[in-house]
Design a protein around this ligand. Structure first.
Ligand SMILES: Nc1ncnc2c1ncn2[C@@H]1O[C@H](COP(=O)(O)OP(=O)(O)OP(=O)(O)O)[C@@H](O)[C@H]1O
Ligand SMILES: [Mg+2]
Length: 372
């Protein structure tokens, strides 16, 4: 049997499933403070609700899974922790939990950002969200681009109006298996353009906190372009687990991507990786030809320099633009080869965020900033 590593330990723990939600413990974000050193495995089982049915049996189930993977001689140290106040990972705003039913809550909030406009953030955010949903995750997508929301168009929901339930909470609109909410559903575009930073952040906070998301593995946030005050306040307003940076291969775009990375570092949000969009052009009639119109290798070099994964290279293909305009993200077209690229990006995001969650402290106080 081979010596345990961070990733093989997580693989073994992925076989332990909570019977209540049917999800494995890594996916639920229960594994924290994981250390693997010279055959010694230590972690904290972090549960937001210690009265959860599976809680008392979880440590033994983990022990058995690890013994099966690494043999009986490994040294294992499991401690338990919980956070009753709901300030752990669940998005909680003004002390109010995002959901109330058992298993409700948002495990991961992922921001999709770039320094530069028009590089394909919304395209990547929407296809990433649908791809994750296709892989069986519970996914929400929120468009916080108040000045230029594009999610309603990309999902064919320009005239959608989300309903409000009896508790006056917003019900997201579901499309292609993704729970969607866009500033564009709620804010009159002509009025939004004159909104100042504080109005945007208080709207974003209310918008996220007053929505009935239910249980989500991932809430993907499509950010407005740039690294100015508005972006900075949005990323400080909600507890983001990680950021995906989108860039095109041009030097100017890469320079702006670097600024995006710096912004997340400033607020201690880990960068999960870089997606290179419009990486090369492939004409429909010559599917094996690749033309590197905007340069080659730039995002890869940037990823190496910043020591973050290059999550994927999305080609420039007409169908991506056409499908976006038609309200059907390209990954909904099973015949398109681009689907596999986004599936790979989605898997990279899942692995990257789960590994970061597993080594993170068990409790994490989240300050939702007020009026900043
Ligand atoms: N790989 C691609 N191939 C073809 N067209 C693309 C590709 N990626 C994005 N597009 C198109 O480019 C345009 C801009 O993309 P998108 O709206 O996703 O960018 P953005 O970064 O979100 O822009 P903004 O900064 O305005 O929010 C859209 O019309 C989209 O359909
Ligand atoms: Mg956009």
């Amino acid at each position: 049997m081979s010596a345990p590593t961070l990733s093989t330990v997580l693989d073994a723990l992925r076989t332990v499933t909570d019977p209540v939600t049917g999800k494995d413990l890594v996916r639920l974000g229960w594994i924290r403070e994981l250390t693997v050193q010279e055959g010694r495995i230590g972690f904290t089982l972090w549960m937001d609700d210690p009265t959860h049915d599976f809680a008392p049996r979880a440590p033994e189930a983990c022990r058995r899974a690890l013994e099966q993977a690494f043999g009986p001689d490994m040294s294992l140290d499991i401690s338990s922790d919980s956070d009753m106040i709901g300030l752990g990972d669940d998005l909680s705003i003004d002390g109010q939990e995002a959901g109330s039913a058992p298993g409700d809550g948002i495990t991961n909030i992922i921001a999709v950002a770039s320094g530069k406009g028009g590089v394909g953030k919304s395209t990547v955010a929407s296809n990433l969200a649908v791809s994750l949903a296709q892989q069986g995750y519970d996914v929400g997508l929120v468009d916080v681009d108040i000045y230029g929301p594009s999610i309603p168009t990309m999902f064919g929901l320009e005239s959608a109006k989300p309903r409000v339930n009896e508790h006056r909470r917003i019900l997201p609109v579901t499309q292609f298996g993704v729970k969607l909410l866009s500033m564009g559903f709620l804010v009159d575009q002509d009025k939004a353009v004159i909104w100042r930073g504080p109005m945007v952040t208080s709207a974003v906070r209310q918008f996220l906190g007053d929505t009935e998301w239910g249980a989500l593995d991932f809430l993907i946030m499509d950010l407005p372009p740039g690294t100015g005050d508005i972006q900075l306040t949005i990323v400080q307003t909600v507890p983001i687990n990680g950021a995906v940076i989108v860039s095109t291969p041009q030097r100017v775009a890469l320079a702006d991507a670097r600024k995006g990375v710096a912004m997340f570092e400033q607020v201690q949000v880990p960068v999960l990786g870089i997606v290179e969009n419009m990486a090369y052009f492939t004409p429909a009639e010559l599917p094996d030809n690749k033309y590197y119109l905007f340069g080659q290798g730039g995002a890869k070099a940037l990823a190496e320099e910043l020591d973050v994964p290059l999550l994927g290279e999305v080609p420039l293909v007409q169908a991506i633009r056409e499908n976006a305009d038609d309200g059907t993200p390209i990954v909904t077209d099973k015949a398109s080869p681009v689907g596999a690229v986004f599936a790979g990006i989605a898997q990279g995001v899942v692995r990257s965020v789960e590994e970061r969650n597993a080594v993170r402290p068990a409790t994490r106080k989240i300050d939702i900033l007020h009026g900043k």
